[in-house]
Design a protein. Structure first.
Length: 165
């Protein structure tokens, strides 16, 4: 995709397209915009907006991906990073690596994120167990686990909203 196809419009949040674009171009533009919304220094304004950005970034993978949305003490984004890639129905997640990366970024809080390639965002028992394990490890180094979001084609599910955090 050529970046010159998209230009900022006069109104905030609007864009002008200078030439014909393909469906692949549109999807790539959506991923770029979602990445920008989760870049360093951005404040997280609403759970719905975060869900939409995460769904754009992870919703179409055919394999499971585990990622971190690391935040500072005012819950501004430090970094969004995909950490582990798995297969169709699982990814190995290592608490030691999660803690190490959060400490490297000086994160005060973190949102755990992974996708379900099946499309169904309903958390499994393994997802709930992993959440508790990571939360315990991060608590030891005083990093708050704010949420664990499961991304699917049908939307996102927050384990915090379901009462698991």
């Amino acid at each position: 995709m050529k970046l010159h196809k998209l230009k900022a419009g006069e109104a905030t949040g609007t864009y002008l397209i200078e030439s014909p674009v393909s469906e692949a171009d549109i999807l790539l533009m959506a991923q770029q915009l979602a990445s920008q919304r989760l870049r360093r220094g951005r404040s997280l304004t609403s759970p719905t907006a975060v869900f939409n950005h995460l769904q754009t970034l992870l919703g179409d993978y055919e394999h499971e991906v585990f990622a971190l949305l690391m935040l500072d003490s005012k819950h501004r984004v430090l970094q969004f990073r995909e950490l582990f890639r798995g297969t169709l129905d699982g990814a190995s997640v290592y608490p030691r690596e999660v803690v190490k990366i959060c400490l490297e970024q000086n994160a005060a809080a973190v949102i755990l994120v992974h996708n379900h390639p099946s499309g169904d965002p309903e958390p499994s028992q393994a997802d709930r167990t992993l959440t508790r394990k990571l939360q315990d490890a991060l608590n030891l180094v005083e990093i708050r686990t704010l949420d664990h979001i499961v991304v699917g084609h049908e939307g996102c599910v927050s384990l915090a909203e379901q009462g698991y955090l």
